[in-house]
Design a binder for this molecule. Structure first.
Ligand code: SF4
Ligand code: SF4
Length: 476
């Protein structure tokens, strides 16, 4: 029978340990040299005849055993074998795990690249598309909706998003206090998180957030020079001077209360400081626990957009910071490069996504008026509305979208080894680029594949050098 290695990625660590990542199962196998040779031999364009191949080897019995093992592991399969069918959708209605409340669509900053108000916006602008602020009743309705839509889940998450969330702290307070009561009534545990630009954090607000153990993400681009390049007030004045003391106070209070890690979210633009330098500044100088980097979303005509060279440079920058991450992991210590940390966790857990993210599935966004969107980036837009918090989810619209957005429907992704992790990428980005949220984001495949390669290489080195580090990612 003609046999062939399934869609896969081969990689190795520096010590020469060979691995293969299988795209159908998202499994990572460490290979000894003879097994690696079999995987490579059967990767031939038309595969090999399995029954004659073993007989041609120096030790036919051993070769046959190795081949049988690889067949059992799903690494080598008959040529043309149809992949095992998988359900288009999990049983619906899928219980909600996370609700993202857009408490305001206003912001007190005027960042050059902001998707909300920049060229990639899908709303009509500040406060023009829907109410500028969510009222307390809608905030409480949202909590009721989450409680009744989360089924038997013992834990749920509420995320506050904007605009600048601090501009509607009343709704955050109302939602949180109401959620505390409802959590008890429904025997659920609620986790809170919020994204802020930190310009308006006061002692009172820091006290509230840290005492409720909020997971806090601060949008910040780096040191004074980086921050003030794009993250400015409407007057054009940079925001660094305002945010630095507030962030220090937030982090000090959170540390004293042993709160959840506080993360920085950096938007990377063309000509930005190298990632490792920014990471060092944000962790060593400002005290952030974690830093995540996101390439700016912008049309190529923008001077701050990342073209091909920008993405190539970003990958090199990530490579440099990944080196630090791996060295730290080999010593058994935590490193806060969250992009890589998340990827290594997903690789370790064998994550194999049918959909790129939880949007529309376990996660929904709520607009200031209580309309439900696929996620926070779709609310305030008339597209992809899936109901309201008062009336509930339009289950038909939700299921129709998810079926169409399933990775198996994206022909571009069928031959891609990064598919289990990417699954076509962000719906919102596809919506902006292609006018169709269910399309694969083929404009950034090289970037995604390069990053997944970096993750595999890093994972392999940790697996070979200090596998116990990975235990922290075991699922309970
Ligand atoms: S969008 Fe590109 S990188 Fe992502 S799974 Fe599809 S083909 Fe692969
Ligand atoms: S659609 Fe995009 S922005 Fe929305 S949750 Fe998914 S990845 Fe995030």
């Amino acid at each position: 029978m003609q046999l062939q290695t399934v869609l896969h990625r081969r990689f190795h660590d520096e010590g020469g340990t060979e691995f293969v990542y299988l795209a159908n199962s998202a499994a990572i196998l460490a290979l000894d040299a003879p097994t690696a040779a079999v995987v490579d031999a059967f990767a031939a364009p038309n595969g090999l005849d399995g029954s004659t191949w073993a007989g041609d080897q120096a030790e036919p019995e051993r070769a046959q055993e190795t081949l049988d093992d690889l067949i059992d592991l799903g690494a080598i399969r008959p040529v043309g074998e149809a992949p095992a069918p998988r359900p288009q959708l999990p049983p619906m209605p899928f219980p909600l795990a996370t609700l993202v409340l857009n408490v305001t669509n206003k912001c007190n900053l005027s960042c050059t690249y902001c998707y909300e108000y920049g060229e990639d916006k899908i709303g009509e602008g500040q406060g023009q598309n829907g109410k500028a602020r969510m009222d307390d009743k809608t905030a409480r309705d949202s909590i009721d909706f989450l409680m009744r839509s989360s089924g038997d889940r013992p834990q749920v998450s509420i995320t506050f998003f904007g605009g600048e969330t601090r501009l509607n702290f009343e709704a955050i307070r109302a939602a949180t206090e109401y959620a505390e009561q409802q959590a008890q009534a429904h025997a659920k545990r609620v986790h809170y998180s919020l994204t802020t630009n930190a310009t308006l954090l006061t002692e009172e607000i820091v006290d509230f957030l840290t005492s409720h153990r909020f997971g806090i993400t601060v949008s910040i681009d780096g040191d004074r020079g980086e921050q003030d390049r794009h993250r400015t007030f409407k007057s054009g004045k940079g925001s660094f001077e305002v945010i630095a003391p507030r962030i220090r106070h937030l982090i000090a209070t959170n540390n004293a209360r042993k709160g959840r890690p506080i993360g920085a979210r950096v938007t990377v633009t063309a000509g930005a400081t190298p990632v490792a330098e920014t990471y060092r500044y944000l962790t060593d100088e400002l005290g952030f626990d974690e830093v995540g980097f996101a390439p700016v979303t912008a049309g190529l005509e923008r001077e701050y957009a990342l073209g091909d060279h920008g993405y190539e440079r970003l990958l090199r920058d990530f490579d440099a910071l990944a080196e630090e991450y791996v060295e730290t992991a080999l010593r058994g210590e935590h490193h806060g490069f969250s992009n890589l940390g998340d990827l290594v966790r997903e690789l370790h857990q064998g994550v194999n996504k049918a959909h790129p993210c939880g949007a529309g599935l376990g996660l929904l966004g709520v607009s200031t008026e209580g309309e439900l969107g696929l996620c926070h980036r779709f609310v305030e837009s008339s597209s992809h509305s899936v109901g309201t918090v008062q009336e509930g989810v339009d289950q038909q619209a939700r299921a129709a979208f998810l079926e169409k957005a399933h990775v198996d429907s994206k022909t571009d992704c069928t031959k891609c080894f990064a598919r289990p992790l990417c699954a076509g990428g962000c719906y919102h980005e596809a919506h902006v680029r292609y006018g169709d949220a269910t399309k694969a984001n083929v404009h950034y495949c090289d970037w995604i594949r390069g990053f997944v390669d970096l993750g595999l290489k890093s994972y392999g080195r940790i697996q070979a050098g200090n596998p116990t580090f990975l235990n922290r990612f075991d699922q309970s």
